[in-house]
Write a new protein. Structure first.
Length: 831
C-alpha cells in the first residue's frame, strides 16, 4: 500500500484495500451472484450500459459510467428483482483496424488482446455483470445474425443499394453516414469530409421517421431532455407543401418543397442544387459551359464550406424559365450551392422577402425582391420570417385566382395549400431532415455484407444456411485504405459461384458500419449462446425493453436512433411485442482534469490503473459516484479519492467495533440511532431511484458518523441498534464499494455475499418524528416551550399551552382575549 492510502492516523486499525480485493474476487467468482436466471419467479429488470470498443484498457470514463450504472443494478438485486446486467464488446471498427495497420498485425489479435485486458479490469473493478452472457460483435457466432438481420431487412425493402453523392473521409478512405459527420468533419479522425458519387447500401430508416419522432413523446419523461431534443432535431419534421412549377419546354413540372407556401406571391426565381441531376438536365446548351465550370468548383468544396451562412452566394443561370403556379409569372431558374441535392426535392422556390439565403442570392444576382408578410414597424432586417399579415398576395392591381392578403401566416398557408390542391398544382406535405442510413464501408474490420453480385442474376442474397459469410484472414499490411474495400482484392474470397445460377460471381466486398452491430446487441444478450436464432423472442419479451440504459450523451443521435429503428423493424417482423428498446436512460458526465478534457498532448490524463493501485477500487468508485449528480462533469482535480478512502476505513472500523451477536434484536436498541438508520435506508431508496447517488452517499456518511457517536457515547458497541446501523451502512455501501461492504459483512458475522442479502426493512414507525417544540408567547414574549406530537390538533395545543405552569405564571390571572394557534409550532396569547 502506498503512503497516501495509509494515513498515519488510521494506522491503528489498518484496512488493506488490496488484500481485501484479492480476497473477495475468487469468492465471487465461485458464487456467481449476478447470473440472471431466465426462469426466476422474481420480477425481471434489465440494466444495460453501453458496451465499449476494445481500444486499450479501461479508462476513467469507463470507470465512471460503470460505477454509476452498478448502483442501479445492485440496488435492484437488493430490492428483490432478477437483474439482467450483461456486458460485451463492440469489437469491429476502425480503431482496431488502424492499430493493426500501424503494427502490421491482424485486427483480431489487437482486438481480442484488448478485450481480455478490459475484461480483467472489469472483473477487478467489481461491476455486477453477468459474465456468462459476454459477447463480442466480431465473433462469427454474433455477426452471423447481424448478416441474417441485414437479409431480413433487405427482404422487407429496408436495405437497398443506390448511387448518390455520399460523405467521404479522405483519411480513413471510406464513406460515412450523415450522423458520423460532425460539423463537416469525420467523427473518427477529424478530417474534413468531402462528397463522392458512389453506389452504397442504405437502411431505409426514413420509413420510420414519423414513428421515431412520435415515440419520443413516450420516452420524454424518462429520457434526458437533451437526447430527446437532439433526436427531434435530427429527425427534423417540417410541414409545408410540394408545389409544382411548369418549365418552359419540359414535359414534367419541377416540384419544390417549401415550409412557407403562403409566400408564393413573393417567388421571384427558382434555385436547384448545382450537384443534382436535375440541374444538369435543365441547363441550356448556351449556359452549359458556365454551369459545368461552376459545378466543378463547388465539388471541390466541403459540406462545411457549402453551408456556411456567412459566405457570399454564388450561382449560374440555367437559361430556362419556370411559371409561378399561382400568378402565372415567368421566373428564371438558377443553380446554386446553398440548395442541397438530397434534401426535400433539391429544388427551392426563391422567396427573398421571407428567406435570408434567398435575400442574399437575389441581392447578389440582381433579382427582384417582394415582401409577402408585413414586418412590424420597427423591423430593420432583410428577409422577414415572422408573424404578420400577408401583403402583395397578390399585389395591388394584379388579378390572381387566389387572394390571401391580410391573412396571418398559418391561415395563409392553409388557404394556399387548399388552392394548390384544388388547382392540381401542389399538395400539403411533410418533410423530414432524416436521411436513409448509409451502412456500407470500404474497410476490412467489419461484418461482410452477405450478398453476391452475379452478372446474370444481379444482386443475390447469400442463403441463410451459408451464413456467416466469414471475413477472410488478411494481414495488417493488406488492409491499408485504398478507396476500395481490401476485401475486393482478396481473390479467393471474393470470387464465388452464384448461389442462384452457379455461374461465376463476386461477393459484395463492403463491410457494415459498426453501428449496425450495436443496434441489436441488447437483444442478443437475452440468449447470447443460442446458435439457432438471433435471439429468443420469448426471452426478449420477458426481459425487455431495458429498464435502464446508462451511457454517454455523444450517442444521442447515432446509436440511440439506430437501436430504436431496429427495434421497430423487429416488432414489425413479429419477433417482439414492444417498439422501444430502452424505457429509461441516464447520461453520465465526462471525467476531466484541471478544467480540461484529458489528453495526451495536454499531459493532464489521469490513469485509471494508477488510481486503482493507489486508492483501491472502492475509493475510486466512491469518488466517482460522490462527485456530484451523474450528469455533471467530474473534475478529477476537485475530488478526493484519499478522502473517500478515509471514509471507507471509518465505515470498515464500525464493523469491527460491534460486539453484539448477529441477530440481536434491534427493537431493544437505542431508539435515537434506530431513527437515523431507518430514515437513511428509506431515503436511500428514493435517492437511488431518482439517480441522486451522490446524496445517497452523503447520507451514508452521516449514518456512519451517527453510529460512531453512539459507540463512543453512552450507547456503546454492544447495543443492538449499533449492529443494525453498521449492517445498514454495509448494505448501502455495497452499491458503491463492494469490497469494503463484503469485508464489513463478514466482520459482522455474516456469510457472503452481501450483494444478495436484500434491502434492510424499514420500520415505518421509526420514521415518524416523535415530537416538535412548540413556542408559547404571552404579550409577544416567549414564556414556554412545549414538546408536542407533530400531528397535535389546534384545540389540544391551545389546552396544553394554557395548562403550562410557566404560561399561567406569565398570565398572572389576566384575561386571555385572543388565542392564535399555528399547530404544532406556535401558540400566541393576546391579553
Ligand atoms: C420558400 C420559403 C419562403 C422558404 C420563406 C422558407 C421561407 P426546413 O424547415 O429545414 O424543412 N429548402 C427546401 N429544400 C431545400 C434544399 N434542398 N436545400 C436548401 N434549402 C431548401 O426548411 C424548408 C425550407 O428550406 C423550404 O421552405 C425552402 O425554402 C428551403 F419565406 O421555401 B422555403
Ligand atoms: Zn447468378
Amino acid at each position: 500500500m502506498t503512503e497516501q492510502a495509509t494515513p498515519a492516523t488510521e494506522a491503528a486499525a489498518s484496512y488493506d484495500v488490496h488484500a481485501v480485493e484479492a480476497k473477495w474476487q475468487p469468492v465471487w467468482d465461485e458464487l456467481q451472484p449476478f447470473r440472471a436466471d431466465d426462469d426466476s419467479p422474481r420480477e425481471k429488470r434489465y440494466a444495460l450500459t453501453m458496451f465499449p470498443y476494445p481500444s486499450g484498457d479501461l479508462h476513467m470514463g469507463h470507470a465512471e459510467v460503470t460505477a454509476l450504472h452498478d448502483v442501479i443494478a445492485r440496488y435492484w438485486w437488493h430490492r428483490g428483482f432478477e437483474v439482467l446486467n450483461p456486458m460485451g464488446w463492440d469489437s469491429f471498427g476502425l480503431p482496431a483496424e488502424n492499430a493493426a495497420i500501424r503494427n502490421d498485425e491482424h485486427p483480431a489479435t489487437y482486438t481480442y488482446a484488448n478485450i481480455e485486458t478490459q475484461y480483467e479490469s472489469f472483473k477487478k473493478y467489481a461491476v455486477s455483470f453477468d459474465w456468462s452472457r459476454r459477447l463480442h460483435t466480431s465473433d462469427p457466432e454474433y455477426y452471423r445474425w447481424t448478416q441474417w438481420l441485414f437479409l431480413k431487412f433487405r427482404e422487407r425493402g429496408l436495405a437497398y443499394r443506390k448511387n448518390s453523392p455520399v460523405n467521404w473521409c479522405p483519411v480513413d478512405q471510406t464513406v460515412l453516414a450523415n450522423e458520423q459527420v460532425v460539423d463537416g468533419h469525420c467523427e473518427r479522425c477529424g478530417a474534413e469530409v468531402t462528397k463522392r458519387e458512389l453506389t452504397q447500401w442504405y437502411f431505409r430508416i426514413t420509413e420510420y421517421a414519423q414513428e421515431l419522432l412520435d415515440g419520443l413523446d413516450e420516452l420524454a419523461p424518462t429520457w434526458p431532455d437533451r437526447v430527446i431534443t437532439a433526436q427531434r432535431n435530427w429527425i427534423g419534421r417540417s410541414e409545408g407543401a410540394h408545389v409544382r412549377f411548369e418549365i418552359e419546354g419540359r414535359e414534367e413540372p419541377i416540384t419544390v418543397y417549401t415550409t412557407r407556401p403562403d409566400t408564393i406571391f413573393g417567388t421571384t426565381f427558382m434555385v436547384v442544387a448545382v450537384d443534382s441531376a436535375l440541374a444538369a438536365e435543365l441547363v441550356t446548351d448556351e449556359q452549359r459551359p458556365a454551369f459545368e465550370a461552376y459545378r466543378d468548383e463547388i465539388r471541390k468544396e466541403t459540406e462545411i464550406e457549402r453551408l456556411a451562412s456567412d459566405r457570399p452566394k454564388t450561382g449560374v443561370d440555367l437559361g430556362v424559365q419556370a411559371t409561378n403556379p399561382v400568378t402565372g409569372e415567368r421566373i428564371p431558374v438558377w443553380a446554386t450551392d446553398y440548395v442541397l441535392a438530397d434534401y426535400g426535392t433539391g429544388a427551392v422556390m426563391g422567396v427573398p422577402g421571407g428567406d435570408q439565403r434567398d435575400w442574399e442570392f437575389a441581392t447578389a444576382m440582381g433579382l427582384p425582391i417582394v415582401r409577402t408578410t408585413e414586418p412590424p414597424a420597427d423591423f430593420d432586417g432583410d428577409a422577414y420570417a415572422g408573424e404578420g399579415p400577408a401583403i402583395n398576395s397578390p399585389a395591388a392591381g394584379i388579378d390572381a385566382p387566389l387572394d390571401i392578403n391580410g391573412l396571418g401566416v398559418d391561415e395563409a398557408k392553409r388557404a394556399t395549400i387548399e388552392f394548390l390542391e384544388s388547382a392540381d398544382r401542389g399538395t400539403g406535405a411533410v418533410n423530414f431532415r432524416l436521411r436513409d442510413w448509409l451502412l456500407s464501408r470500404q474497410r476490412y474490420w467489419g461484418v461482410p455484407i452477405p450478398v453476391v453480385h452475379c452478372p446474370t442474376c444481379g444482386e443475390v442474397p447469400v442463403p441463410e444456411d451459408q451464413l456467416p459469410v466469414e471475413l477472410p484472414a488478411l494481414r495488417g499490411a493488406d488492409l491499408k485504405p485504398k478507396g476500395v474495400s481490401p476485401l475486393a482484392a482478396a481473390e479467393e474470397w471474393v470470387n464465388v459461384d452464384c448461389p442462384q445460377c452457379g455461374g461465376p460471381a463476386k461477393r459484395d466486398s463492403d463491410t457494415m458500419d459498426t453501428f449496425v452491430d450495436s443496434s441489436w446487441y441488447m437483444f442478443r444478450f437475452v440468449s447470447p449462446n443460442d446458435n439457432t436464432q438471433a435471439f429468443d423472442p420469448a426471452k426478449a419479451n420477458a426481459w425487455m425493453p431495458c429498464d435502464i440504459y446508462v451511457g454517454g450523451v455523444e450517442h444521442a443521435v447515432l446509436h440511440l436512433l439506430y437501436g430504436r429503428f431496429f427495434t421497430k423493424v423487429l416488432a414489425d417482423m413479429g419477433l417482439v411485442d414492444f417498439r422501444e428498446p430502452w424505457s429509461a436512460q441516464l447520461n453520465q458526465g465526462v471525467v476531466i482534469n484541471e478544467g480540461a478534457k484529458m489528453s495526451k498532448s495536454k499531459g493532464n490524463g489521469v490513469s485509471l490503473g494508477e488510481q486503482l493501485a493507489t486508492y483501491g477500487v472502492d475509493a475510486v468508485r466512491l469518488t466517482l459516484v460522490f462527485a456530484g449528480p451523474p450528469e455533471d462533469d467530474i473534475d478529477w482535480a476537485d475530488v478526493s479519492p484519499s478522502g473517500s478512502l478515509r471514509f471507507l476505513q471509518r465505515a470498515w472500523r464500525l464493523s469491527g467495533d460491534v460486539t453484539s451477536e448477529p441477530g440481536a434484536d434491534p427493537a431493544e436498541g437505542d431508539v435515537e440511532l434506530r431513527r437515523v438508520t431507518h430514515r437513511t435506508v428509506a431515503d436511500a431508496a428514493t435517492l437511488v431511484e431518482s439517480y441522486r447517488f451522490n446524496v445517497m452517499v452523503a447520507r451514508v456518511m452521516e449514518l456512519v458518523n451517527a453510529t460512531r457517536k453512539a459507540i463512543d457515547s453512552g450507547v456503546g458497541p454492544a447495543d443492538p441498534a449499533v449492529r443494525e446501523a453498521a449492517e445498514a451502512v454495509a448494505i448501502l455501501l455495497s452499491l458503491v464499494a463492494p469490497y469494503t461492504a463484503e469485508e464489513m459483512w463478514e466482520r459482522l458475522g455474516h456469510e457472503p455475499t452481501i450483494a444478495r442479502t436484500g434491502w434492510p426493512e424499514v420500520d415505518e414507525s421509526l420514521l415518524v418524528q416523535e415530537s416538535v417544540t412548540c413556542v408559547v408567547q404571552v404579550r409577544g414574549k416567549v414564556r414556554a416551550r412545549l414538546e408536542v406530537a407533530p400531528d397535535i390538533s389546534e384545540a389540544e395545543l391551545e389546552a396544553a399551552a394554557l395548562a403550562s405552569p410557566d404560561v399561567q405564571r406569565a398570565l398572572d390571572g389576566a384575561e386571555v382575549r385572543k388565542v392564535i394557534v399555528r399547530a404544532p409550532k406556535l401558540v400566541n396569547l393576546v391579553v
